[in-house]
Structures are given as C-alpha cells and as structure tokens.
Write a protein that binds this ligand. Structure first.
Ligand code: ADP
Length: 323
C-alpha cells in the first residue's frame, strides 16, 4: 500500500547551476502547501551521509528565487558511490523519518539516486539542474539558459573589441562533453566558428575559412571552443602557426555557473520543483521530471541517466552559412 508522505528531503548535488535555488523554493513551498515537512540536506549526498540537514519552512526560502548558486550547497561524494556509504545514507533517512527525496542535479546525481532507490527503496525524484543541458527526458535543464546568456554577454563585449582592433578571438566556454553552451552562444552571438565535443573539427578548414574571411575584409573573427575539445590557447597557437594572423584568447570559466537565473530558468525550476513534490505525493518513485515541448514530461530515473544525443549538425551548418 502507498505510504503517505509526511516528510521529504531535498538536496542539490554535483555541479551547481543557476536556478537551483528557485527549485528549492518551489519544492519547499509545495511541500508546505500539501502539509508535508521539507528537510533541506546540505552538500549533496555527502551531507546526507553526515546528517547535515534542517527543516526548511515557508519563510526560509524567501528571497532566493533570484539568487544563483544553491543555499543548500552542493558537492561530490565518493562515499555515496560505495555500498557502505549508501547504507549510512539510508540509516540517516530512517532515523529522521524522511519518506522521499527530491534530488536536484545532473546525470551523476541521477545515477546515484537510481542505485540508492534500487538498493533501499527510498522514493527518489530527480530534477535536472545542469548548465550543460545534456539530460535525457527534458528539452532544457535548469541553469543552461542562464549559462548561455552569461557566455553571450561576454561574447558581445569581446566582439566590440575584436571589431575595433580587427582581431581573431578564441573564446573557451564550459562543456566537457556537451557543446550546448558553445553552440547556442555561438549562434546567438554571431560567432564565425564553433568547436564542440560532439563533432570532429578540421583545423585546415578552420584556418582556410579565417584567411578567406580576412581577404573578404571581415573585421573580426570569433571562434567559440567548448572546454572538452581543446584549450583555447592551443587552438589559437595552431591558427597563428598556420595563418600567421594574430590571435587573442579568452577563457570564460566559472562565471558561467554564477549569476542571477534568467526568467526561463526560474520558471522551469519552479514548475519542475512543484512537479517533483506532486509525484512523491502520488507515490511515484525513481522518476525524473522535465519538459518536452513546454509540457511536463516524466521519465524513469534509469532512462534519464543516459546522456541525450544533441542534434548539432544542422546548427553548425547554420553558423557556417551565416559567417
Ligand atoms: P552531476 O550530478 O552534476 O552530473 P557528478 O557526476 O559529480 O555530478 O555526480 C554527483 C554525485 O552523484 C557524485 O559525487 C556521487 O556522490 C553521486 N554519484 C554519481 N555517480 C554515481 C554512481 N555510479 N553511484 C553512486 N553515486 C553516484
């Protein structure tokens, strides 16, 4: 028989993403609305194992919808990857009468939740928080829109100076295995080239494009490189060695994780947080929430742990057509 949820736990885990706070707010206030208690668990799975938690009431999540980062802190936990660590996490959950968990994080967080649920049966619902937008079962992850906009703002500024000085800029953005930020920042920023992990690049072709652009009188050339492809400095060196043209390098780094979330990320976080609570109430288990075509979409946690295949070829072609 379905057990009535009286107390739920919420944690943020893995890489932080703007909008996680908006999700926490929505989860806590939805729980309060349905007369459930919400426990905030600090520092992801590590904090769960160490019993770092406190009750969050309606007021405790005031004025966080606009704040980047996560009030619950986040982190990685090697202990949770072991059976002994997960046993301790289960003991903490039992001792504190927590009936279900909402896990805000990326595919690693989902993987941990999936294994934990299988082993100990604790109901777990995943909410996608990741700047990389690489989680299956959702068109968008919380934080990815803000990260693209942060990168875009920087690219706009770089373009001003690149045009004035007639220079080639190589801009490195985040994305170890996902080109989402790179390709969307490139498209919206009017970059001339983009190098992403999902697609092989041809250095000769890139250099030839730059030289031809130079001959056509192009004032600037911006190449966006996802960090998973290569260091921007190495790409710049190869371009200079081949073309003898001067290059400049900018690595955007962690600014892409910070900042006030965009309206789109806040809305997504608010919708998905509330949905996660609603699923726990209904007795659903081991699910991940998302949106497909702006409609709420629910998939198994086991499905959501596999990374989604991005359709990048047509977007890369479009960048080349517009260069
Ligand atoms: P993200 O959720 O952003 O992808 P990570 O990949 O670092 O970030 O995963 C976050 C945490 O999830 C890890 O530190 C670990 O505690 C837990 N986790 C990831 N993979 C597993 C796994 N295979 N088994 C158990 N826990 C895992």
């Amino acid at each position: 028989m379905k057990k009535k949820m009286k107390r739920i736990g919420v944690l943020t885990s893995g890489g932080d993403a703007p909008g996680m706070n908006a999700a926490i707010r929505s989860i806590v206030r939805s729980a309060v609305h349905y007369k459930m208690e919400a426990f905030g668990i600090f520092r992801g799975y590590e904090g769960l194992i160490n019993e770092e938690m406190k009750i969050l009431d309606h007021r405790s999540v005031s004025n966080i919808i606009n704040r980047g980062g996560t009030i619950l802190k986040t982190g990685r936990s090697d202990k949770f990857k072991t059976a002994a660590g997960r046993r301790r996490a289960y003991e903490v959950i039992k001792r504190n009468n927590i009936d279900g968990l909402v896990l805000i994080g990326g595919d690693g967080t989902y993987r941990g939740g999936h294994i934990f649920n299988k082993e100990w049966g604790v109901p777990c619902i995943g909410v996608p928080g990741s700047i990389d937008n690489d989680i299956k079962g959702t068109d968008f992850t919380i934080g990815s829109d803000t990260a693209v906009n942060t990168a875009l703002e920087a690219i706009d500024k770089i373009r001003d100076t690149a045009t004035s000085m007639e220079r080639i800029f190589i801009v490195e953005v985040m994305g170890r295995s996902s080109g989402y930020i790179a390709i969307n920042a490139a498209l919206s920023g009017g970059a001339e080239d983009v190098l992403i992990p999902e697609r092989k690049y041809d250095m000769q072709e890139l250099c030839q494009d730059i030289v031809e652009g130079n001959l056509r009188g192009k004032m600037s050339w911006i190449v966006i490189v996802a960090e998973g492809v290569a260091k921007a400095g190495d790409i710049a060196k190869m371009i200079t060695d081949t073309t003898s043209l001067e290059t400049r390098v900018v690595t955007l780094g962690h600014i892409q994780r910070g900042g006030s979330p965009t309206a789109r990320d806040r809305t997504l976080a608010t919708r998905l947080g509330a949905e996660a609570v609603s699923l726990l109430r209904k007795g659903l288990n081991a699910k991940a929430v998302g949106v497909i075509g702006n409609k709420i979409n629910i998939v198994g946690l086991g499905t959501a742990v596999t990374k989604k295949a991005a359709d990048v070829n047509s977007l890369c072609r479009l960048i080349k057509i517009l260069t």
